[in-house]
Design a protein around this ligand. Structure first.
Ligand SMILES: [Zn+2]
Length: 405
């Protein structure tokens, strides 16, 4: 089943997609091994559909009369979803064994979804998480296949169990298609990650392959609806659309991360950040930085060598009578650094974004190794940098590397 990692990195580039469309209004059922378990309303539609399909087939058996085939159909449908759940638990247990929190397991229109808090540390670990689901499905194929053989002379029960066996086999095979967001895509991602040493390159590559399979399914489904293709259905089209959206989302988010990783914190510093010297008089501060300048309400205060001492806000000026502004310096009003987070200027911009997202920080102060203040970073200044880069790329591709300063 598609596996989604909601990492702080991924959040940096969020936009609504089909997953979110299908993942709204989830109903919390309870906890499974400590993992919050949800069911999407669309799942009930599928449960009804599968029950009708199975029940209809079972009604053909002369042994089954009245309501019995439909009850057995429901039973088989529930076993099918238990199989899907087991597949997701397979991913989840391996993730948990790596110290990764599983945020939720959800059953929805297209099956199941385990949402992990973050990516594995190594390509091998990532591969193990990805492959665990299909391995569980293969195991269930064996178990149900075995039961269907040993069930004594009972055609309807044999039919149910061999159906469940074949569905689990199909689950394993379908999910091993090597494109994101499918498990096979995650396996491919791990391999490319291992080869290139870069997880984002793995996601981008497997995402593109996922988009290819998504398009393939959309086209096959579309042709089937038009009566041109002998295989496929409206369902194929729908699944293709879902794959397309999620593969594109994964690739796009990884592309942004890849870009962010090429920059350091100092690249995103706001030009003319609000920095003032501690030995400036309050009068000088007001004249040079406050009057007629509405851009900043808070300033970073530095000593003669540029090290950060604290902050001063426009409102702090009220603590000193206007007549005394020439006598006091900013140092008298400086506030401690409690609410300020600093990052080193050569830190990867990707790490900075992670910090902003996980700790919900509005602004960060960039300092050198000697703690000299370089300036301020805000979410907006990071976005501006990326936009600037995108524009440069469109206009003069050859200038991209030299324009990064
Ligand atoms: Zn899976």
């Amino acid at each position: 089943m598609p596996r989604v990692i909601v990492s702080p990195r991924a959040k940096a580039a969020r936009f609504p997609n089909s997953r979110e469309v299908f993942m709204n209004n989830n109903i919390r059922i309870g906890n499974l091994f400590g993992i919050p378990f949800y069911i999407n309303p669309s799942w009930f539609f599928i449960l009804g559909l599968v029950t009708l399909t199975y029940g209809g087939e079972l009604a053909n058996f002369p042994q089954l009369n009245g309501i019995i085939p439909w009850i057995l159909g429901l039973f088989a449908a529930l076993l099918l979803f238990a199989s899907v759940l087991a597949h997701e638990l397979g991913h989840s247990f391996v993730a948990i064994s790596q110290g990764i929190k599983v945020k939720s397991i959800t059953l929805f229109l297209f099956g199941g979804l385990a949402t992990l808090e973050k990516e594995s540390e190594t390509p091998l670990q990532s591969l193990l998480v990805a492959i665990a689901g299909p391995l569980v499905s293969l195991l269930l194929f064996g178990v149900f296949g075995f039961i269907s053989v040993i069930v004594p002379e009972n055609p309807p029960l044999q039919a149910i169990f061999s159906l469940l066996a074949s569905i689990n086999l199909a689950l394993a095979i379908f999910n091993m298609i090597p494109g994101l967001p499918l498990d096979g895509g995650n396996v491919l991602k791990s391999i490319v990650w291992k080869i290139t040493g870069n997880p984002n390159k793995g996601i981008i590559f497997a995402g593109r392959v996922g988009q290819f399979f998504g398009w393939l399914a959309v086209i096959v489904g579309g042709l089937a609806i038009l009566g041109i293709s002998p295989i496929g259905s409206f369902w194929t089209l729908l699944i293709g659309w879902f794959l397309l959206q999620n593969a594109g989302f994964a690739a796009q988010s990884a592309t942004v991360q890849e870009k962010l990783d090429q920059y350091t914190a100092k690249d995103a510093v706001i030009p003319n950040s609000p920095i003032v010297s501690a030995n400036l008089t309050l009068r000088g501060f007001v004249n040079d930085y406050v009057i007629g300048k509405q851009q900043w309400r808070k300033f970073l205060v530095v000593n003669e060598t540029g090290q950060l001492l604290g902050t001063i806000g426009n409102d702090d000026l009220k603590k000193v009578a206007t007549s005394q502004w020439t006598e006091f310096t900013i140092e008298t009003l400086v506030k401690p650094l409690d609410d300020i987070t600093t990052v080193k200027s050569d830190q990867s911009l990707l790490d900075v974004v992670k910090l902003i997202e996980t700790q919900n920080i509005k602004e960060l102060v960039v300092v050198t190794d000697e703690n000299v203040v370089v300036g301020l970073i805000e979410k907006a200044s990071i976005l501006k940098l990326l936009q600037k880069e995108a524009q440069m790329k469109n206009q003069k591709p050859e200038l991209v590397s030299s324009s990064v300063e």
